[in-house]
Design a protein around this ligand. Structure first.
Ligand SMILES: *Cc1c(COP(=O)(O)O)cnc(C)c1O
Length: 353
């Protein structure tokens, strides 16, 4: 730490991203990326945009906005884009939590980090014993509610009816639904936008659209909420999306067939993976995301994580109360899952005797 750092940042505990090893010989099942390359149409669009990089990008993202709004059936002025959904969540914590924030005790680890960064008071609402989120626990919160749906790292999802229940019982408060994983089997709250102006839906191109490296997130909400987000964005960085990111996002949203194919493959591999894990003595939550959350009957999760890593397979283990005996395993290609099971079987065999 230098002598120049403002004292109010000295105690910040930054978010720890999943490991990104530099050597490529890891099977990476630890950060919920897509195992598939972006659509070939995305690759072409990005390549042809490179020649224009001498010019600033369109701060209003016109083309992307049109295609996106058409895809989701919303008005173009009800859409916002950010440099990853992380940037949008940061804007939300910074500007849309005047009464503080509320979120689950087990959820996306960035929420408490943003609270610390922006000095936002937050209430932790514990998930139930089985990691389920119960709408009643959120009635009349009196602060901005953040819910990842499907949740991370549990994979459990709320129905649209349950989300509506939370919205109806928080009429005076904003409810932010983080739908990073919705395309893998969740029920989106987007159809509720016409009925509830206390709803903001946030999502990302990082997972189902295979653009984690492109950094593109979105938000949908009332025109007024989108105006608020733009007020912050234009006071910070109007060019938050590069030309190549805009080109990639536009091509990705237009290639519906490729997106559907990738999502179907993940959902199918997820079901096969869960069945195989259960046969090996794991308990899995009912994941609606592109990962499984699982716990072995005898083998401690931390040990499994370490032994898998030694064998060049990366999964995610969280050193956090309540979930210390759980692993989050991203669904990869069938070949990647074969490698995972090959090493996992060896580990379980070797440690039995
Ligand atoms: C991955 C993830 C994000 C962040 O996604 P980016 O768009 O890559 O910043 C946000 N929320 C949840 C719950 C996530 O899992």
């Amino acid at each position: 730490m230098s002598q120049y750092l403002d004292a109010k940042y000295a105690a910040l505990q930054p978010y720890t991203p999943g490991e990104q090893p530099r050597d490529a010989d890891y099977t990476k099942l630890n950060t919920n990326e897509s195992p598939f390359a972006p659509s070939p149409k995305v690759q072409l669009a990005v390549a042809s945009e490179v020649a224009c990089l001498n010019r600033y990008p369109d701060p209003a993202a016109h083309e992307l906005r049109e295609s996106f709004a058409t895809y989701y059936g919303v008005e173009t002025d009800c859409v916002f884009f950010g440099n990853g959904s992380d940037e949008i969540l940061a804007f939300c914590f910074q500007a849309l939590c005047p009464q503080g924030a509320a979120f689950a005790d087990i959820t996306y680890g960035f929420y408490p980090v943003y609270c610390a960064l922006y000095g936002v008071q937050h209430t932790l609402v514990p998930l139930r014993e089985d990691f389920s989120l119960v709408p009643e626990d959120y009635y009349g919160m009196g602060r901005t509610i953040f819910i990842a749906n499907p949740n991370a790292p549990t994979g459990l999802a709320l129905s649209r009816r349950q989300v509506e229940d939370i919205l109806q019982n928080n009429a005076g408060s904003l409810v932010i639904m983080d739908e990073a994983y919705v395309d893998f089997g969740g029920e989106s709250a987007v159809p509720l936008l016409t009925k509830y102006n206390n709803l903001l839906v946030v999502g990302t191109f990082s997972k189902s659209r295979a653009l984690a490296g492109g950094r593109l997130g979105y938000a949908m909400g009332s025109k007024e909420l989108i105006e608020d987000l733009n007020r912050v964005r234009f006071s910070f960085n109007p060019y938050n999306l590069s030309r190549t990111t805009l080109a990639a996002g536009t091509a990705a949203i237009r290639d519906e067939a490729y997106h559907d194919k990738c999502c179907r493959s993940i959902v199918q591999t997820r079901a096969e993976t869960a069945r195989a894990l259960e046969k090996m003595g794991f308990e899995c939550t009912d994941s609606h995301a592109n990962f499984l959350f699982c716990s072995h009957e005898t083998m401690p999760a931390q040990e499994l994580y370490t032994l898998l890593k030694e064998r060049r397979v990366l999964v995610r283990w969280f050193d956090q109360p309540r979930i210390q005996n759980w692993l989050r395993v991203t669904i990869g290609t069938k070949e990647e899952m074969d490698k995972f099971f090959f090493e996992l079987r060896k580990i379980l065999r070797e440690t039995k005797d």
